[in-house]
Design a protein around this ligand. Structure first.
Ligand code: DGY
Length: 329
């Protein structure tokens, strides 16, 4: 009998087709994610789950999935998965690293340029008929070229942002729990502790996973350390920033602006006061949203799932200890 796979949203067809060659595939057809009840009903008979970052996969969900052998997450971030719980139950977990690095770095850079040069405000200014003449003081922004960039997190995406920033002659510093000394000379970037990163950067761009250390790292205390002229960019996970503290810091002029691809929660509520500020730019978690990248993510997620259900080691395995246990190593 063919194994069953539940896909929690219509990912690009290329990935679905790959899965259909091997398994009986059910795809959640709506634009909005499946409710908890629908997720439970989809997963209850499944051998494999292809999940999105909008699906919380925790112990209580796994309780109703006795056959489940693999969760293939269609994202590089996997804070939506309870990895310890999956590992404990011998269920493989995978993600999609690498294929979205450059696309995400492009968006981080786009947000930095847009916030610094007030692109959204400028476009609305013209559309709303306010443009009367060239003005010496009209919509002045900040220079990117030569400015100081602080990268909070220096994994694949942070490094890809640094390569872009090098072309803009930005002076770069980074903080990461893992120091990358071999890249420091090549990219012209210096390692510093977080407090110094915050205190000396004109732009701070977040490229860290969400975990106990990073959750709400950007809070009142962090904003107090930052330059009043600094702009904060986040393409990682919304909960790394305490949004209430961010609003307060912006309101009190302790920070010049913020450009956010991710919020907490998502979607950002219409009533969120951050949306009333001209110096805040929010886009709807689109950092990896190019046609080519989403196709690559679909192929990678499908390959991981196929390998796992065929008893092979998935290429992007997050909990190798499950595989070792299965092999009796
Ligand atoms: C990820 O992959 O973690 C991004 O946030 C969405 O592509």
């Amino acid at each position: 009998m063919k194994q069953r796979v539940f896909v929690t949203r219509a990912i690009p067809e290329v990935g679905i087709k790959m899965l259909q060659e091997h398994f009986v595939v059910a795809v959640w057809p709506e634009i909005l994610p499946p409710s908890r009840e629908c997720l439970i009903s989809g997963i209850s008979a499944a051998d494999g789950l292809l999940s999105l970052l909008t699906d919380k996969v925790d112990g209580s969900l796994l309780d109703v999935a006795p056959n489940l052998r693999i969760v293939s997450n269609y994202a590089v971030g996997f804070d939506n998965l309870d990895l310890a719980e999956l590992t404990k139950r011998g269920i493989l977990a995978t993600n999609t690293p690498g294929v979205l690095t450059e696309t995400t770095a492009d968006l981080a850079f786009t947000l930095m340029l847009s916030a610094a040069r007030r692109i959204v405000e400028s476009a609305s200014f013209v559309k709303n008929g306010h443009w009367q003449t060239w003005g010496p003081e009209l919509l002045l922004g900040q220079d990117i070229y030569g400015a100081r960039l602080g990268l909070f997190g220096f994994g694949r995406i942070g490094q890809a942002v640094a390569r872009r920033a090098k072309g803009f002659a930005m002076r770069m510093r980074y903080f990461d729990v893992v120091r990358q000394e071999h890249l420091e000379e090549e990219l012209g970037i210096e390692y510093v502790e977080p407090a110094e990163l915050l205190a000396t950067s004109d732009f701070v761009s977040i490229h860290a996973p969400l975990n106990d250390f990073t959750r709400h790292f950007f809070d009142r205390e962090a904003f107090t350390l930052m330059k009043k002229t600094a702009i904060l960019i986040n393409t990682a996970r919304g909960a790394i920033i305490n949004e209430k503290d961010l609003y307060q810091a912006l309101g009190e002029g302790r920070l010049a602006g913020a450009a956010l691809d991710v919020t907490d929660p998502e979607p950002m509520e219409k009533e969120n006061p951050l949306l009333t500020l001209d110096n805040v730019l929010v886009v709807p978690h689109i950092a990896s949203a190019s046609h080519a990248t989403r196709n690559r993510m679909a192929v990678m997620a499908a390959k991981n799932l196929i390998a796992g259900l065929q008893g092979q080691e998935p290429p992007n395995l997050l909990n190798p200890e499950v595989m070792s246990r299965q092999r009796g190593i």
